[in-house]
Every structure is written in C-alpha cells, then in structure tokens.
Design a protein around this ligand. Structure first.
Ligand code: FAD
Length: 287
C-alpha cells in the first residue's frame, strides 16, 4: 500500500526505527519491533546511515521484515548524497522485490570525512529519479524551523515546493518542541502551494545528552518550559523519562486538536516510551 493514501480517512500514526550499529547483531531490532507492533502503527519507517561511502542493505532487510513478517506497511529511508545512480537502482530493485512501495527520499547530511558522490546534489533530484524508475510512493523531509543550511525559511520553502513538484507525495517534519513553529510552517507551505499531507515528527526526550546532540545537529529551538523541565530532572533518569513522555503527549494532544495530518514518532528504538505515549493518545488519533 502507498502510505499517502492513508491520510484520506484518518490521523496517521507512524513510527521510526534505526538499524542496530554495524557491530551489533541485526536481530536486536526484532525485539524493538516485537515491542512496537501492538501500537498498530500505519507504517514503520527505517532509517539509513548515510555516513559511509558504501551502500548498506540493513534498511532493506529490516523494512522487508516489517512488511513481510510483521504485516505492517514499511518505509525505507534513502539518503542519496553518498550513492551513485546505479547503487540507487540496485536498492530500488531490492525494495521492489521485497514489496516495499514507500521510500523516504533524502539528501543525507554532508559528512566532512567523505567526498559526496556527484550523481545527486539535492533530495529533489532523487525524487525525480525514483519516479522515473518505478511506481513508488515518495516521502520527503521538511523543516518547520528551516533546514540548518538554509539562509531563510522562505528559501527553504521554495526548495521544498520544488521537491514536491518533482513528485513527493507526502512530507514528514524534523522534530520540533514548539508547536507554533509547526503551525506557522504549515500555513506558509499551504500559501506556497504545497498541498501534500504533512506529518509532524515528534521525539520524546529522555535525557539531556540526547537533546544536546539534536540541538547541535538540527538547530531546533527549545521553549522555556522544555528547558526548565530538563534542568529540573536531568539528574533523575526516571523523572526525566516521564517528563519527556508527558511533554511529547502534550505536543500530540495539541497537534491532533489542530487537525494535524499525522504524527511520526521518533521511537529511538525504545518500545516502552512509544507504548506509554500511544496509551495516552490512541483515542485522540482515532477520533
Ligand atoms: P534537501 O531537500 O536536498 O535539502 C537540503 C538543503 O538544500 C536545504 O537547505 C534546502 O533548502 C537546500 N536545497 C534544496 N534544493 C535546492 C536547490 N535546488 N538549490 C539550492 N538549495 C537547495 N538522514 C540520513 O542520513 N538518514 C536517514 O535515514 C534520515 N532520515 C530522516 C528522516 C526525517 C523525517 C528527516 C526530517 C531527516 C532525516 N535525515 C536522515 C536527515 C536529512 O538527511 C538531513 O536533514 C539533510 O541535511 C537534508 O536532507 P533533505 O532530504 O531534507 O535535503
């Protein structure tokens, strides 16, 4: 099934997982998926480490298992910056053979340790390439506070419009902690003529280190109440975890009330946290 068809009838819930590190056994992911399957997600997406210069197939393997073993729709992330066209074709062939119909087409972060391969400069070029080479549903990333390399949100939204015009069927946002950024972004994308569904990316924060990494990677802003929460509970892991869950629930309650197309939960491969959030919001998503 193409995941863009899901938005017609409901508030979509999707979950994101990442493959275990190369040094860890791949089977670890199945414990995570066993813990997530009861949440009845509309789809589960699997990240792809764009860091290295070599193609890797862990994403394909896990996305295939989600679809064919767990019977849940899956989305394979595909960052293109370090791939050639022939490598992308090889991966598309693997997705097709595994019955994976949905791809999150990404540029990937530029890694100073690797010279990018020159076949794709932007995600929009990958979107066109995928559309020319198969009947895939293509998802794109977007940034309510602007992408960290972009000079302005206005320019970023113009580039996003080009990515949608290239064939992107739906969008998922970068994480954010202040819903007002999302509402203002949604309004501006509509004004720019972007009319595909936009899912809000929500990341429950459970420790200070995690958030410091996110802030330095993506430049998201932290609202006052979020900063107070972290400074109060940072040395109490259980309280910090529970506060992070409550904060994410609060964001989702507000987003569903404001008619969001869907929620994409960055699970950090932690089923306990995803289960707690799901228990608190499942009736809202179904309403
Ligand atoms: P693009 O859409 O290409 O945009 C990148 C920058 O280029 C932006 O500043 C944009 O404004 C600018 N730009 C775009 N087109 C043009 C143009 N024609 N001319 C000039 N400037 C232009 N990374 C991974 O490596 N693996 C993952 O699995 C992964 N999953 C992700 C999932 C989500 C939901 C999100 C939000 C991000 C994910 N990322 C992942 C991170 C992503 O790869 C980075 O944020 C990356 O820096 C940008 O990717 P993009 O696809 O948004 O790029």
């Amino acid at each position: 099934m193409k995941t863009s068809d899901l938005f017609k009838n409901k508030t979509v819930l999707s979950l994101e997982v990442f493959p275990p590190r190369r040094t860890a056994p791949i089977n670890m992911i199945y414990d995570t998926l066993d813990g997530l399957k009861g949440l009845n997600p509309d789809f589960i997406s699997v990240t792809y480490g764009a860091g290295g210069s070599e193609m890797n197939t862990a994403t394909l393997e896990i996305a295939s298992s989600i679809k064919n073993h767990y019977g849940i729709e899956s989305v394979a992330h595909l960052p293109c910056i370090n791939l050639t066209k022939s490598e992308v074709l090889e991966l598309l062939d693997g997705f097709r053979q595994a019955g994976i119909e949905n791809i999150l087409a990404l540029r990937g972060d530029i890694n100073p340790d690797f010279i990018p391969k020159q076949d794709f400069r932007y995600a929009s070029e990958l979107v066109s390439f995928i559309k020319e080479n198969g009947d895939f549903n293509v998802i794109g990333a977007c940034y309510p506070e602007g992408h960290n390399e972009s000079q302005s949100l206005a320019k970023d939204i113009r580039n996003l419009k080009a990515k949608v015009d290239a064939g992107t069927d739906q969008l998922i946002t970068q994480l954010f902690f202040d819903n007002d950024f999302f509402y203002s972004f949604r309004e501006r994308t509509r004004q720019a003529g972007i009319d595909v569904p936009i899912q809000a990316g929500i990341m429950p924060v459970v420790n200070k280190k995690q958030i410091e990494r996110m802030v330095s990677l993506c430049g998201v802003k932290l609202p006052r109440k979020f900063v107070s929460m972290m400074s109060k509970y940072e040395h109490n892991p259980v309280a910090m975890r529970d506060a992070g869950i409550a904060y994410a629930v609060d964001q989702i309650v507000d987003l569903t009330a404001e008619g969001v197309d869907g929620i994409h939960l960055y699970t950090m491969n932690n089923p306990y946290i995803a289960q707690k959030i799901y228990a608190a919001v499942s009736s809202l998503l179904a309403a």
